[in-house]
Design a protein around this ligand. Structure first.
Ligand code: ADP
Ligand code: ASP
Ligand code: MG
Length: 412
């Protein structure tokens, strides 16, 4: 008998019919004799709807504690509905909010981190033969305030519960049948991966593949939780996220391509090139609580240099204001910005043992006449910033160049 944590995302519980289907599925697992803890998201669209209401009530700037108080209600609805549907099928079940389980988090509202999970109540229910349905995305801080874990946070609830309960597997059920070489909604030739390492999945998630929340992958890697991504309503083995990165013969150089449109680029030109210049420019940016991603400083001409960096698009205006002040203070020539950019990244542990990956990437982009504005690399990834309108073309070209395309089906 196994203990399995199953997480169902927003579209999988988006209607009553779907909730009934989830209940049927959970019932089948129970009938196999497995102990089941289910984590559910809010119905699809609900979290967005709630955030929108909050913005309307607060001139676009909701107080973070109150926002969490409200958005956590989305998941409170679905846990109760699923528990009812299970009970209706003769499956004993009980639902709990994060607070009731006691998923203890820090007090960083809207992006709280899980610190500890009490497993006592859940274990007692499992021992009594009940399916336990837990609200995803939420917890409670030391002071009893309700917190939420950031968008997509139900994945993290699932993995954290699996770690705390030492579950045999954490299954993330969603609207695609696994992790693909790239977002299958953007590239029709994308291929499902049977396996991907934690390390690669973490890069993919960090670089924009929203199929799993970044923190859920961090958690799974840290506590070695067997993690699988599966389709909610189709049979199949999905994708296993594994520790194992043993070099097999067919190990591809690149496992996947991630992308995001969430960044904006800022440039400051004609900066007097003296020691400490990077600090003078980026110090005030981080002082304003803005995270910087990619950074490029050009070689200096006539003792002045240009400096370019990217930030999240939501922080663009704030960063631009800060940079303008800095430019005046240090006597730089001009400041400019661009929000029409996108970041495309290739990810793969196979890169470690292969030379020439970067040039192959740049060649594929050059063939499509796509200009690269910025580049950054690490051991297992290469990212480029390009003009946003070329994003899909770039992803498709790279997908083909690195031989990731699914074989054409007969007749195609
Ligand atoms: P859920 O509501 O179940 O949490 P999400 O929308 O958060 O679902 O995540 C699933 C979506 O992730 C898919 O519909 C797909 O468009 C997107 N996605 C992005 N990159 C990938 C990838 N590499 N593999 C699979 N899905 C991906
Ligand atoms: N409902 C939350 C969101 O939409 C959490 C989740 O679905 O994982 O972000
Ligand atoms: Mg999700």
């Amino acid at each position: 008998m196994a203990l399995i944590v199953q997480k169902f995302g927003g579209t999988s519980v988006g209607t009553i019919e779907r909730i009934q289907q989830v209940a049927d599925k959970v019932k089948k697992f129970r009938e196999n004799g497995d102990d089941i803890v289910v984590v559910v998201s809010a119905m699809s669209g609900e979290t967005n709807r709630l955030i929108d209401l909050a913005k309307q009530a607060s001139d676009g700037n909701p107080e973070p504690r109150e926002l969490d108080m409200m958005v956590s209600t989305g998941e409170q609805v679905t846990i109760a509905l699923l528990a009812m549907a299970l009970i209706n099928r003769g499956v004993p079940a009980v639902s709990y909010t994060g607070n009731q389980v006691r998923i203890l988090t820090d007090s960083a509202f809207n992006k709280a981190r899980i610190l500890q999970i009490d497993d006592e109540k859940i274990r007692a229910d499992l021992n009594a033969g009940r399916v336990v349905v837990v609200a995803g995305f939420q917890g409670v801080d030391e002071q009893g305030n309700i917190t939420t874990l950031g968008r997509g946070g139900s994945d993290t609830t699932g993995v954290a519960l699996a770690a705390a309960l030492k579950a045999d597997e954490c299954q993330i059920y969603t609207d695609v049948d696994g992790v693909y070489t790239t977002d299958p909604r953007v590239v029709a030739q994308a291929r499902r991966l049977e396996k991907i390492t934690f390390e690669e999945m973490l890069e993919m998630a960090s670089l924009g593949s929203k199929v799993l929340q970044i923190r859920s992958v961090e958690f799974a890697g840290k506590y070695n939780v067997p993690l699988r991504v599966l389709h909610s309503f189709q049979e199949g083995l999905g994708t296993l996220i594994t520790l194992d990165d043993e070099e097999s013969m067919e190990q591809p150089i690149i496992s996947g391509i991630a992308f995001n449109r969430d960044e904006a680029k800022l440039t400051i030109r004609g900066v007097p090139d003296t020691p400490g210049v990077a600090f003078k420019i980026l110090g005030p940016v981080s002082g304003a609580n803005i995270e910087v991603d990619m950074i490029v400083q050009n070689v200096s001409h006539d003792n002045t240099t240009d400096f370019t960096f990217t930030v999240h698009r939501n922080d663009y205006q704030k960063a631009l204001d800060v940079l303008k002040q800095t430019a005046e203070a240090i006597g730089a020539r001009e400041v400019s910005g661009d929000t029409n950019i996108a970041k495309v990244s290739i990810v793969g542990v196979g890169m470690r043992s292969h030379a020439g990956v970067a040039s192959r990437m740049f060649e594929a982009l050059a063939k499509e006449n796509i200009n690269i504005q910025m580049i950054s690399t690490s051991e297992i990834k290469i990212s480029v910033v390009i003009e946003e309108k070329y994003l899909e073309l770039a992803v498709r070209a790279l997908h083909t160049a690195f031989e990731l395309d699914a074989p054409a089906r007969q007749g195609e």
